[in-house]
Design a protein around this ligand. Structure first.
Ligand code: SF4
Length: 417
């Protein structure tokens, strides 16, 4: 996909490293801590856990003086750039900048005195600290002196189902940007969040046409992970698939580690990031199932990340209907039948074990393959054989008889190298 061209901003320093946003840089995954920033040890632990999971930037809230006072110690013990989230109190922004924070998130609409906003802009300018200017659907209030402009913009978007709201967001961003441009400040990233995925898609699409700054994508108040996942992935995935967006934050009412994991998974799925760890494929199960596949899949999922650190594709399939095809497509695969699992590695059958042994044997085969890949003996995605599935398997049967008869395991040798 073609990514939209934007300006580029640079976040970080020599100690924690530099992260580039926009300008063709890979899409950056960021998140926000959930605990109070002034609880230094807990905050440091949370940031480092999120960074280890793949967060490239971590934002912290600094509502009180004791939060910004904690920043110096926090910055000293963390290895990713830290962003300070500022609302209402411009002093918190100045204190965070003084402490050495790497980026500021500011909603100028929450700071009523223009001189205070100017002071923050100038302090960031002196230290080359970028600012994210964010408008949220909830913080947009129609002002009298902007009414005409908004009406004009509203006409522009009259054919859009969310036209009025988008008009307000655009007007607000333009209003804020004027303040920054007057100070000669262009080290900017933009966001325009809503809780409605359709609004987010339309708003960012329009903003990407009008502004050349990099875009921070996100929904606000997406809810718990169970429902927030769909809301977030629909909106952010659509935009990213259209080449829009330079950094993402998925936000859940949950542990931020899920925001990082799901953000990364979305980038992997869209081909915007090279997968680092294992990829688990599993069938949804149906009436053909003859093992407890849900439990097996969950056990594999929970264990894989600890044991496999290369982008190995692992398939867990309930029966032979799709099993052989998946066994061929995956690096390691198991397909089950009649309380057994037949395990394939690189397309070649290596074991047939009873159900209680499937998990351990599957993981063992994954570790063995990982060792071989690391030793340079083989590569991922390499197949030694092509499996010819039985045809037909049987409309309603599980294929067990055919497994037992050995019919599923007919192979045609296809030399891989
Ligand atoms: S692989 Fe077998 S058990 Fe799983 S959904 Fe397909 S037909 Fe059903």
């Amino acid at each position: 996909m073609t990514r939209r061209t934007t300006k580029q901003i640079s976040v970080g320093d020599d100690r924690c490293g530099i992260v580039l946003i926009g300008g063709g840089a890979p899409v950056v995954v960021q998140t926000m801590t959930v605990g109070p920033t002034h609880l230094i040890d807990a905050c440091v632990a949370e940031i480092n856990t999120l960074a280890a999971a793949g967060a490239q930037l971590v934002r912290v809230a600094v509502p009180q003086r004791k939060d910004t006072a904690a920043l110096v110690e926090i910055l000293d013990q963390t290895s990713v750039p830290i962003l300070a989230d500022v609302h209402f109190h411009y002093q918190r922004a100045l204190e965070a900048i003084e402490a050495g924070v790497h980026k500021i998130r500011l909603n100028p609409g929450n700071i009523s005195d223009r001189r205070q906003v100017n002071a923050v802009i100038d302090a960031c300018g002196e230290r080359s600290i970028p600012i994210r200017i964010g408008v949220n659907e909830g913080s947009i209030v129609e002002r009298k002196d902007k009414k005409l402009r908004m009406e004009e913009l509203g006409k522009v978007f009259s054919d859009n189902r969310n036209g009025h709201l988008i008009a307000l967001m655009i007007a607000k961003l333009e209003e804020y940007l004027d303040i920054f441009h007057e100070r000669g400040f262009h080290d900017i990233c933009l966001s325009a969040k809503s809780m409605d995925p359709a609004v987010v898609i339309d708003a960012y699409t329009e903003i990407s046409r009008r502004f050349e700054y990099p875009l921070h994508l996100g929904l606000t108040h997406a809810g718990p992970r169970e429902t927030g996942t769909i809301r977030s992935i629909v909106a952010l995935g659509t935009l990213l698939a259209n080449g829009i967006g330079d950094t993402i934050r998925i936000s859940y009412a949950s542990d931020s580690i899920h925001e990082v994991n799901d953000g990364l998974e979305m980038l992997y799925c869209l081909g915007l990031r090279e997968r680092k760890g294992p990829e688990l494929i599993a069938c949804p199960t149906c009436g053909r199932i003859q093992v407890d596949l849900f439990t097996l899949v969950e056990q594999v999922r929970r264990t894989l990340d600890d044991q496999i650190t290369i982008p190995m594709k692992i398939a867990v399939m309930g029966c032979v209907v799709n099993g052989p095809g998946e066994a061929e497509g995956a690096d390691v695969a198991v397909f089950a039948g009649d309380r057994r699992g037949i395990i394939y590695v690189q397309g070649q059958r290596v074991a047939s074990v009873p159900e209680p042994e499937i998990l351990d044997r599957l993981l063992l085969e994954c570790r063995i393959l990982q060792d071989r890949v690391r030793a340079g003996e083989c590569t991922l995605g390499q197949k030694n054989v092509q499996i010819i599935p039985p045809d037909p398997i049987g409309e309603l049967g599980s294929g067990v008889e055919r497994i037992e008869a050995g019919l599923v395991e007919q192979v045609t040798v296809r030399r891989s190298g």
